[in-house]
Design a protein around this ligand. Structure first.
Ligand SMILES: Nc1nc2c(ncn2[C@@H]2O[C@H](COP(=O)(O)OP(=O)(O)OP(=O)(O)O)[C@@H](O)[C@H]2O)c(=O)[nH]1
Ligand SMILES: [Mg+2]
Length: 398
């Protein structure tokens, strides 16, 4: 799973990325600090069912801390987009091609309204965060329209002369953009176009289709960052206007400080926690102590730094992912080497037993016979949708 961190310049995208990955992408109080995309791994939390077996698990792909599995997700931090980026303003929008494989976007905005659309610092309250949510979408739409339109007329011939399906034609056009055939069908249903004759589609119709494709395939959550400089009342004043997009207040700077302090052994803090404690015996210098006290008051006001929550809202809320634990022995919940619950997969809600088998291994999918629920020991037919937290064994022909 891959997620893009996007937004206008200087809002805290790289700070958010660094907090989630504990990497060191450049951050600075001026626009276009990031000039090329950064990639790294963050993680989302899912409960680990190992306690049901009375012993610790043997995690392969996602570490387990006190019964919580931290499942890795890839994050991509890109340069800032400005209005008109698709016409070459700012750093343009070519870098968006690095987000082709993204399943969704975390859009970071300056919730305090203290950053201009071009990323220049201004007094808090100078700009309306809801507005950048609107124009940024237009820039994303322009990007997808451009991909869709490249050599469009040359390629429509397959539909018009050979009678190919328009869905297949579009799927071919959008290769690499991580848009599923079902999202393409959903998007097509919302626009009025002549399915038999794509050559008649106007630029405006292609734009509408791109907009529908983005809505269907690339969910977005808004990280209302720099919340230390605004109030919950001010936030609810504009967040209603970006409805239905979810808005999560974040303080990326605080989250980064806390994660780094925890790594250095100065505090006890786990991402997503509502509070932190000074580690026993840790000696903080006055500047550190002051910074942590300020963070404590921000967390008191907002409930947490919000950064882990924003990521998880994207993965579990907007993208509707559930956790599935495939095992080879449905009695012991182990793999062939006796490891307890080695793997966990994040899959879309509604994933069937057979689709899960394909995710584990193509061979398992092709030779699928049935799955077995590790809790009830009942057989699950190919088309049974798996539930969140399921432990399943896939039975396949040898
Ligand atoms: N007050 C406050 N400042 C923040 C917060 N998060 C980031 N900043 C500051 O905002 C400035 C910009 O942060 P970056 O992470 O470089 O922003 P960016 O969006 O990646 O910027 P570009 O790469 O230039 O587009 C830096 O000075 C950060 O310290 C926050 O939660 N609160
Ligand atoms: Mg940056």
């Amino acid at each position: 799973m891959e997620l893009g961190v996007i937004g206008k310049p200087n809002v805290g995208k790289s700070t958010t990325f660094n907090a989630l990955t504990l990497l060191d992408a450049a951050m600075a109080p001026y626009p276009f600090t990031t000039t090329v995309p950064n990639r790294g791994a963050g993680a989302v939390r899912v409960p680990c069912p190992h306690a049901e077996k009375g012993r610790a698990c043997d995690p392969g792909n996602a570490r387990c801390v006190d019964g919580v599995r931290w499942v890795p997700v890839t994050l991509v931090d890109v340069p800032g987009l400005v209005p008109g980026a698709s016409e070459g303003k700012g750093l343009g929008h070519q870098f968006l091609d690095d987000l082709r494989a993204s399943d969704g976007f975390l859009q970071v905005v300056d919730a305090s309204g203290g950053t201009s659309p071009e990323g220049e610092i201004a007094n808090p309250g100078s700009f309306d965060p809801a507005e950048e949510v609107g124009w940024l979408e237009e820039e994303l739409v322009a990007w997808v329209t451009e991909i869709l339109s490249r050599d469009f007329l040359k390629n429509v011939r397959s539909v018009e002369l050979e009678g190919a399906k328009v869905e297949e034609f579009l799927h071919g056009r959008l290769t690499g953009l991580s848009i599923s055939p079902s999202a393409i069908s959903a998007a097509l249903r919302t626009v009025t176009v002549d399915r038999q004759r794509p050559s008649t589609w106007t630029a405006e119709q292609r734009r509408q289709l791109a907009e529908a494709l983005l809505r269907a395939a690339k969910p977005r959550v808004i990280g209302a960052n720099k919340c230390d400089r605004t109030t919950p009342e001010a936030l609810s004043g504009w967040s209603e206007r970006v409805d239905p997009l979810p808005v999560v207040a974040t303080c990326a700077e605080a989250e980064l400080t806390l994660r780094r302090a925890a790594r250095a052994g100065l505090i006890r803090y786990r991402p997503g926690d509502p509070r932190f404690e000074t580690a026993p015996g840790a000696s903080l210098n006055p500047a550190q102590a002051r910074a942590l006290e300020e963070i404590r008051s921000v967390m008191g006001r907002w409930g947490s730094t919000g950064v882990q929550a924003a990521l998880e809202r994207l993965v579990f809320g907007a993208l509707q992912r559930i956790a599935v634990f495939p095992v080879e022995d449905e009695g012991h919940w182990t793999d062939s080497k006796g490891r307890l619950l080695p793997d966990v997969h994040l899959v879309p809600a509604g994933t069937t037993a057979r689709a899960m088998a394909y995710r584990v291994h193509t061979d398992l999918g092709e030779n699928f016979i049935r799955a077995i629920d590790g809790r009830t020991h009942r057989a699950l037919a190919a088309e049974t949708a798996l539930t969140n937290g399921a432990v399943v064994r896939i039975v396949a022909r040898k």
